[in-house]
Design a protein around this ligand. Sequence first.
Ligand SMILES: [Ca+2]
Length: 421
Amino acid sequence: MIFAAVFTVRCRVLRSAALQFPYQTVMHLGIYCPTTCGVADYLQRYKPNMDRELDQMEQDLEDIANLTKGAQDKVVYLRDTETQAQKQAPDTYIKKSTSMLDDILRFEKSILAQEDQLYQLQSILQANEKRITDLKQMSLQLDQICKEPCKDTVEIQSVTGKDCQDIANKGGKVSGLYYVKPARAPEAFLVYCEIDSFGRGWTVLQRRRDGSVDFNKNWVQYKEGFGYLSPDDKTEFWLGNEKIHLLSVQSSVPYILRIEMVDWDGNKKYADYATFKLGPEVDAYRLTYAYYFGGDAGDAFDGYDFGDDPSDKFYTSHNGMQFSTPDKDNDKFHQNCASEEGSGWWMNRCHAAHLNGKYYQGGKYTEKDTQNGYDNGIIWATWHSRWYSLKETTMKIIPINRIGVDGQHSGAKQFGGLGDI
Ligand SMILES: [Ca+2]
């Protein structure tokens, strides 16, 4: 501030001197005032006007300076504005808008994905609602059923007798489940009776048909019986050695044991044995029969010469053999036939017939399929090889005096047991 004030004073002095002198020399000196007094007069006369003009000029200069300052301010303002504008140039906006567009696209994709998920969830929800409705319906139905007392839906025929032939004689006409009470039986027990159109009543002792029951059982199970009896003959079972014993020894009229078999090609064959009996438990349910009564399957109970040894036939016969199970060895072998082959049977050393053997789907099997390398299938050696397991078997008894009532003698090709197969 101090320097500026000094500068202003100096300018004013210089300016006054410079402006006064040229007027004197160029315009008026020597023309109006040849003497110095004339100069003084002249100066006296024009000085006030000149001062006014100078003041005016000074004022003008000041105005111009102010205007310049204003213009400069304006330029600065414009430059700042431009810079500001440059900063916010279209590039930035483009970048911003591109970024915004990307965001929008992302949001759109996200929204679409969420809508899709929502749709799927709605579908699941609808499916679940339907399931819940179904379950509620089932629950209501079950509630209704549970309110009713339980009923045994297995139909058991009302006729009873000492065996199925007795039942047929008393008017039993349909095959199904009946109670029988053999002469020395302490109580009646259930059996499946096969009653044919000739009025014959077969008492069924054993049934194989689909491999649904495991015949690898112990002594007590074979004694009491196992598997399932069904009124429509659709199940597998062993009636039980004790029951078979009581049935077979009760009558003065001997029984025929008929064995029916079906192979995997649908061929059917049978074998009959006269005066079939099973001893009491103290004699290990020993099998006895008088003779082979006939049939087209051959007499496998009499043993079979497999060609391995001359004694094959003797050691594979069954008449007179006691019953063996894996846990009770009553066979003629130094080892345990029933244990090695996983079945209960009238084992010798070991067998040519083996109807309680393992069930092999398709029939043919080899040593590799067995547990111990022995032929353990369902075998009837006089019909099929011991390495062929039969598809179905039935063991059933009937009093011998009923065997010819269908007009055919023993050895006939037809039988009624598996007639619908
Ligand atoms: Ca033995």
